[in-house]
Write a protein that binds this ligand. Structure first.
Ligand SMILES: Cc1ncc(COP(=O)(O)O)c(C=O)c1O
Length: 383
């Protein structure tokens, strides 16, 4: 599918149109071999030696992801965390990095514990405020600015283009956790980012049955080579079957994300002025902080994630979650089924999630069914 005019929906639906040359199969074979033959003259002309470094099962998935993100190359990892931490471990101890105050909780914990002990100077900033970013950047010293947008669990929006411009002026790279936006709604590389990261566990796979991560780079530079070396040496490499499942899931990525986004918008608007709801946090709402930036940098929707602040505080929020029938009480996001969770319970002390907050991951069920179920749960919790 070399035609540059083909739409991303088409590229994803046909997984770049590749077929297996030997069998003419449309779905690729699953390569299970951990090791590859060396040529008699002691060379590895196939380019492959051992599966921890690389795997033929990655080729099609990585090529598709690089194309959808408009990058030079992609690399698959065993989880979103393995992908994200590989970026930080490709830096050098002593490097200064900026990360958002509001971001995926486990990565934030890793940054302030392990990464700090390992020697990175991690500074958490309000990434939604370009003035705060400008003030925190140390030209020549800041090596990386990490962005997550929309960011867990408040769905705060960071202006990727403005932040990248500031970071580049200071000589820093920019990486964007685009898990929630997906390539369907946002193109961070086109907005100036150097790297894009996804927890492919979420929307890219889309079926809550696989743990995977991916990085996509704007250019195949020395930093990218270090990232690939981290993967090969630390072994956070994806398995063959998981790669195959991910490619299968991605064939429906565009359908799923558009559906979840449209339903999330309807759900947000429905509950925005509900008598049992204090506030709805969703960048698609006109009065949401960051709405204007989101409308500029997201195309075709604002994503499938939103949060409700339930009137009556923590007890009412937990009671609402207890009374849902259709929504599933579970962590994670981006699957076909809608999920609800009391986020402060997951994140614990120091969380930016207020105690009355329920995090919602909207799936691809009928939006009216989801609204009705949440409505009856709120009514029963306030009964
Ligand atoms: C925004 C975001 N980034 C990264 C991750 C980590 O991904 P994984 O669970 O695949 O390690 C998650 C997981 O919830 C996430 O929501």
């Amino acid at each position: 599918m070399d035609n540059p005019d083909l739409k991303p929906d088409t590229l994803a639906a046909q997984a770049l149109g590749w077929i297996d040359e030997k069998t003419r199969a449309i779905s690729p074979p699953i390569h299970a071999s951990t090791t590859f033959i060396r040529d008699p003259d002691n060379q590895y002309r196939s380019g492959r030696g051992y599966m921890r470094a690389d795997n033929p099962a990655f080729d099609q998935v990585e090529a598709l992801l690089a194309r959808l993100e408009g990058g030079a190359q992609a690399a698959l990892f065993a989880s979103g965390m393995a992908a994200a931490t590989a970026v930080f471990q490709a830096l050098a101890p002593g490097d200064h990095v900026l990360a958002p105050k509001v971001m995926y909780w486990s990565l934030r914990n890793w940054l302030v514990s392990f990464a700090t002990r390992w020697g990175l100077q991690v500074e958490l900033v309000d990434m939604t405020d370009p003035a705060a970013v400008r003030a925190a950047l140390r030209p020549g010293k800041t090596a990386l600015v990490w962005i997550e947008t929309p960011a867990n669990p408040l769905w705060s929006i960071t202006d990727i283009a403005a932040t990248a411009a500031l970071a580049h002026t200071a000589g820093a790279r920019v990486a964007v956790d685009s898990t929630v936006a997906t390539p369907v709604l946002t193109q961070p590389l086109a907005l100036g980012a150097d790297l894009v990261m996804h927890a492919a566990t979420k929307y890219l796979n889309g079926h809550s049955d696989l743990l995977a991560g991916v990085l996509v780079t704007r250019s195949d530079d020395d930093f990218w080579k270090r990232v690939k070396t981290v993967r090969a040496q630390l072994g956070g490499t994806l398995g063959s079957f998981e790669s195959w499942l991910l490619l299968r899931g991605m064939r429906t990525l565009y359908l799923r994300v558009r559906c979840a986004s449209a339903s999330a918008q309807r759900i947000a608007e429905h509950f925005a002025h509900h008598r049992h709801v204090e506030a709805v946090l969703y960048p698609g709402l006109r009065d949401a902080p960051g709405h204007e930036v989101a409308a500029r940098q997201m195309r075709g929707g604002f994503g499938g994630m939103l949060s409700l602040r339930v009137k009556g505080g923590e007890a009412a929020a937990i009671a609402t979650a207890a009374h849902v029938a259709l929504w599933k009480r579970a962590t994670s996001l981006g699957g076909t089924e809608s999920l609800v969770e009391h986020r402060a319970s997951v994140e614990g002390a120091g969380t930016p999630a207020p105690p009355d907050l329920l995090r919602l991951s909207v799936g691809i069920e009928d939006a009216d069914d989801l609204i009705a179920d949440l409505g009856q749960a709120l009514a029963r919790a306030h009964g």
